[in-house]
Design a binder for this molecule. Sequence first.
Ligand code: NDP
Length: 282
Amino acid sequence: MTARIIDGKAAAAILRAHVAEIVSGLDFRPGLAVVLVGDDPASRVYVRSKDRAAAQAGIMARTIYLPVDTTEATLLAQIAALNADPEIDGILVQMPLPAQIRLDAVLDAIDPAKDVDGLTPVSTGLLLAGRASLQPCTPRGVMHLLASMELSGMRAIVLGRSVLVGKPMAALLTNAHATVTIAHSRTRDLAGECRRADLVVAAIGRPEMIRGAWIKRDAVVIDVGINRLGDGRLVGDVDYAEAVLIAEAITPVPGGVGPMTIACLLENTVTAAIARRQLAAA
Ligand code: NDP
């Protein structure tokens, strides 16, 4: 028996269609601003696909390209302008940023009401408190993929503790009543910790490091990792060929978590747009 494949492409298409349907029923067009500093080729690809996906969902997308030597002050001024712009409901600053710009300064500057990446300290705090918030897109996408599963009481492990993926992922699973272990580069006996888990979420950025023998039989495996090998192949953090023989369900790479991230960005943009207008009308 091999694992059931969790099809993120199909799930993302459903979510994107749902977002487009909501947008078509609105009497305004939600607006998303994506700011890209520098000319990192991978970031350009991401930004273009966000742009295209937004347009397909009926969202007005505005991409702002800034040169690689942009100062922090210039970027913060740009963010302030977007915060004040009534046409813009969501602001996303593409990472990574050049060295002269502090990520924390950027996150502190974004209006939490427009924080469609869910990474400002306000969004992070609300998430930790278990309150309604704009959630980081990748962990939110994982929760969509797990929506049909009973997470309550499940023993889950999140591999990785980044602000972008690991920490919010652990908070979302905790809020869904799973019993969550967070593992990272200092964790002793990573394999042993994994083997105890009914749900493994891998977000470490190490190609195929999680071996099949680390997976408990019939566990659910969510592979957030996206790693490009020397031969050009994209692989996850999990050794898929091994894990698919052990797990009950597994996400492939590509075609698993990846497509959900953009779909959740669109979802967050519409959520933010509606919430802002409700607040303005109250
Ligand atoms: P980071 O590099 O920010 O964080 C990696 C985390 O993994 C850290 O907490 C680190 O531990 C931990 N780690 C690294 N090596 C090991 C190890 N050998 N054993 C145990 N833990 C380890 O990465 P991100 O969270 O941003 O991304 C993780 C992966 O997810 C990447 O492959 C990235 O490409 C992918 N990704 C995919 C997305 C998608 O849309 N599917 C979106 C975002 C990311 P420590 O804190 O101790 O250093």
